[in-house]
Design a binder for this molecule. Structure first.
Ligand code: SF4
Ligand code: F3S
Length: 88
């Protein structure tokens, strides 16, 4: 099991999540972040940190394309381990 970043992150990117992740498994695209499912240790710390409620466990219902999108994009996008200014 892993946590998944959902569409609420798109155009927000608050990046509060990256600051608390103990294993730095967030990866950054232009509009949103994703979590690498093989690196996430399922600690759950990031979920309540997101102001947009964009993070859910992959066991949640109705996650649509996002589990696959997180897995696919985490292989391509660069790692992000420090907090940045949110998108305007
Ligand atoms: Fe990182 Fe834990 Fe969130 Fe997984 S659940 S992305 S390990 S903070
Ligand atoms: Fe996105 Fe929430 Fe993190 S908006 S960047 S998942 S804190």
């Amino acid at each position: 099991m892993a946590y998944v970043v959902l569409d609420n992150c798109i155009a927000c990117k608050y990046t509060d999540c990256v600051e608390v992740c103990p294993v730095d498994c967030f990866y950054e695209g232009e509009n949103m972040l994703v979590i690498h499912p093989d690196e996430c240790i399922d600690c759950g710390v990031c979920e309540p940190e997101c102001p947009a409620a964009a993070i859910k466990p992959d066991t949640a219902k109705n996650l649509g394309v996002f589990p696959k999108l997180n897995a696919d994009m985490a292989k391509i996008w660069p790692n992000l381990a420090i907090k940045r200014k949110a998108l305007p």
